[in-house]
Design a protein around this ligand. Structure first.
Ligand SMILES: [Mn+2]
Length: 327
């Protein structure tokens, strides 16, 4: 059988689940799953990892990831290198791609599916593409559909799993090195690829994070910053960004909420009405119209510890938001 690897998004169950389904289909070793964020450093590390797998004819799935201005060149050379060695890239994504990304990358892929998709998350695209049709795979893909597209459901099992995935993965990503985080999530992908919805370690992680998350959200709601009546921001560390952004919109009249993680520099944008992709993109990121994000180097803003550091950051975001007519 062909040597197969998968590169997927580390941040949530859609990314981890998509990788798990590739493993379910091809039975690949866990260390041939690369789980990364949109950070250039991590994309570079994954490119090295793929290179080490070497060999001719490598089949690489890239799932739930999109190239940003920051990572475009790394992805472009990765795809071309794999193709140059007789391999092939199957890129299965559901995020908005920039014109430049579309011009530079899909042409070198064997298959590329991308663009805002209101029907399917990445896990579902992989599920469909690989023709996985077991009872477990069908239920798992359906569960992730509700989670990743933020759809309300009355299914109690779906809700319980959604919470466990979200809080457990957050907890994993709060501590340790990229390597150790990746290994924890590879184990979760391993469990899912063997037909289990979760594993005991994720369950424990979710329980540990639950109380802390509520406390942090209560705290950040008392310290909101407004760029305009339309845009509200908050700084925090160790919090679930989706929960935090949701609460910020619930508790205010704003249409757009932005959460800045002061430890990692990961920033999440959520909105009710406005398209947030152009804003995320001018800040070096991307995503979906109502759920996007970007990353900043926290050292540039003194880790947001000083008023000066925060002002500098807020000024930069405000300028971009103003140019886009979002204020
Ligand atoms: Mn996704």
């Amino acid at each position: 059988m062909r040597n197969v690897a998968v590169l997927s998004h580390i941040a949530d169950i859609d990314g981890v689940g998509a990788a798990a389904l590739v493993r379910m289909r091809y039975r690949i070793p866990l260390n041939q799953i690369f789980l990364i964020s949109h950070d250039r450093d991590e994309v570079l590390k994954a490119a090295q990892g793929l290179r080490r797998l070497g060999g001719k004819g490598l089949l690489v799935f890239i799932t739930d990831l999109n190239p940003s201005a920051d990572t475009m060149d790394v992805y472009e050379s990765m795809v071309k290198e794999i193709k140059g060695r007789g391999g092939s890239v199957v890129w299965l994504d559901h995020h908005v791609w920039s014109k430049e990304a579309i011009r530079r990358i899909p042409g070198a892929c064997g298959v590329a599916i991308f663009g805002e998709n209101r029907e399917m998350c990445a896990t579902q695209i992989v599920h469909r593409f690989l023709e996985l049709d077991s009872r477990f795979a069908n239920e798992f893909a359906d569960n992730v559909h509700y989670i990743d597209l933020f759809l309300p459901t009355k299914n109690k099992k779906y809700k319980r799993r959604a919470e466990e995935y979200k809080l457990g993965i957050d907890y994993y990503l709060m501590r340790g090195t990229h390597e150790s985080q990746q290994n924890k999530l590879r184990r979760l992908a391993g469990a899912i690829s063997s037909g289990r919805f979760t594993d005991p370690d994720l369950h424990r992680a979710a329980l540990k994070f639950k109380a802390l998350n509520s406390k942090r959200i209560a705290l950040l709601l008392r310290n909101l910053v407004y760029l305009s009546p339309q845009i509200v921001l908050a700084f925090s560390k160790q919090v679930d960004s989706t929960d935090a952004c949701h609460e910020m919109l619930e508790k205010t009249e704003a249409d757009i909420s932005i959460l800045i993680k002061t430890d990692t520099g990961h920033c999440s944008i959520r909105s009710r009405k406005a398209d947030t992709v152009p804003l995320a993109r001018t800040l070096g990121g991307g995503g979906h119209p109502h759920a996007s994000g970007f990353s900043v180097d926290v050292r540039r803003y003194n880790s947001f510890k000083t008023a000066n550091g925060r002002e500098k950051f807020l000024g930069a975001v405000k300028l971009k938001a103003d140019k886009l007519g979002l204020l």
